[in-house]
Design a binder for this molecule. Structure first.
Ligand SMILES: Cc1cc2nc3c(=O)[nH]c(=O)nc-3n(C[C@H](O)[C@H](O)[C@H](O)COP(=O)(O)OP(=O)(O)OC[C@H]3O[C@@H](n4cnc5c(N)ncnc54)[C@H](O)[C@@H]3O)c2cc1C
Length: 372
């Protein structure tokens, strides 16, 4: 019997595994594809805050950025490359947002490095920019190393049954707690209020004679990769989904789009694409992540009728699945959020520390129940 079974070995699942192992707990980790075989393996994995004017997501991402930058640097420095991060505005509205961000931020702002500035296009040079200390995670390596000490099982989880006081997984393995970290894939536990949208992304590794030591973000991200190569990537294709589209994703067209967008920021000479990475990232419908216990909707509707339609529902009155949790919906910031959220979730499971209602999956149950 394991203390926790984690389903999904992307950055979210591996970060939870890391926290449990650190607490001396036994962990079994499942993934149908392998470690970082889903969206996490496709990611550029930049560690960056959200450069917007205001809002709760911006605030949360600022805290997560500060926490995770330090976390990767201290614990996984071998798989974390510190690189100045230059974010350039795309248009006038973006100029304004970056301007406001710069006035308010506590982060230490830098000048754009001269060797990068000289390579920017005239259009990029005209725009507002922010340059700070950022970093890039080696996604595969970090996920592998974070899950060191967990029993890894390469298997699709099809069944999850609660039996007395523990969960039985695929009729074979048992665990006291289960964490669903299944990204944009089908939710194993079907609950009508849990809705996630998958956004397709494509990243290419290119060989080029252009030198670029910085992470540059404008229409796409252009960053140093290993062995002197560059990585160019974006999660932008909201219209493509591997399970819903009949036509296969057009890789050549995707490459051309990425290179065309990169050329709007800087000129890249003698480019040769050497590898493609593709995957889905999952986001929630209010853009905030979903972390915590799962409400059992049928039972809650049946037993808590009186509490469902009040203006400010008390989530503690809902009925929850026993010892079943999720961590998902990190959008384009999975690598920034995962260490921060995994700590919050682990402290909740092991020490009963409360999770903010703003990230609890129960908020979606409350809205769904009212609309019914
Ligand atoms: C091209 C691209 C670029 C990105 N760039 C960045 C970036 O620069 N910075 C950043 O912070 N984020 C970035 N992201 C977003 C980031 O990758 C995601 O937020 C993050 O990977 C989500 O991690 P996850 O663990 O939730 O999901 P995933 O990595 O998708 O992991 C879920 C795993 O669950 C497994 N699984 C699902 N169902 C089952 C089942 N029933 N049984 C067994 N296994 C199952 C899947 O095989 C999968 O491996 C990018 C994403 C993409 C696609």
């Amino acid at each position: 019997m394991y203390d926790v079974a984690i389903i999904g070995a992307g950055i979210n699942g591996c970060s939870v595994a890391y926290e449990f192992i650190k607490e001396g707990k036994s962990v079994i980790l499942f993934d149908q594809e392998g470690i970082a075989g889903g969206g996490s393996g496709a990611a550029g994995a930049f560690i960056s805050p959200k450069f917007s004017k205001a809002g709760e997501l911006k605030e949360m991402l600022h805290s997560a950025f500060v926490y995770s930058y330090d976390f990767y640097d201290k614990n996984f420095s071998h798989a974390f490359t510190k690189a100045p991060l230059t974010h350039i505005a795309k248009d006038e509205a973006d100029d304004e947002a970056l301007h406001v961000y710069k006035q308010k931020t506590q982060l230490s702002l830098q000048k754009i490095p001269t060797d990068l500035y000289s390579q920017l296009t005239p259009d990029a040079k005209k725009r507002e920019y922010i340059c700070i200390d950022g970093g890039v995670v080696d996604a595969q390596r970090v996920c592998n190393d974070m899950s060191y000490g967990a029993k890894f099982v390469k298997e699709k989880v099809d069944t999850l049954v609660f039996n007395d006081n523990f969960w039985v997984i695929n009729e074979t393995y048992s665990a006291k707690n289960v964490v669903l970290a299944t990204g944009a894939y089908d939710m194993l536990v079907k609950e009508p209020y849990i809705k996630l949208r998958g956004v397709w992304g494509h990243r290419i590794k290119v060989k080029t004679t252009t030198q670029n030591p910085c992470s540059v973000h404008q229409y796409v991200s252009i960053s140093p990769s290993n062995e002197g190569k560059l990585a160019i990537g974006a999660t932008h294709n909201v219209h493509y989904h591997p399970e819903k589209n009949l036509k296969k994703y057009d890789i050549e067209q995707g490459r051309a789009e990425l290179l065309e967008k990169a050329a709007k920021t800087m000129q890249l000479d003698n480019v040769e694409v050497i590898k493609d990475y593709m995957g889905l990232r999952s986001g929630s419908f209010d853009y905030m992540p979903m972390v915590g216990s799962l409400v059992f909707s049928n039972e809650t509707l049946f037993t808590c009728k009186a509490f469902l339609y009040v203006k400010k529902p008390d989530y503690s009155k809902y009925v929850y699945y026993p010892n079943l949790y999720m961590i998902n919906g990190s959008g384009g910031y999975g690598f920034v959020l995962a260490p921060y959220l995994a700590k919050i979730l682990t402290e909740n499971i092991l020490h009963g520390k409360k999770i903010s209602e703003r990230i609890s999956p129960a908020r979606f149950f409350a809205r769904w129940a009212k609309r019914r």
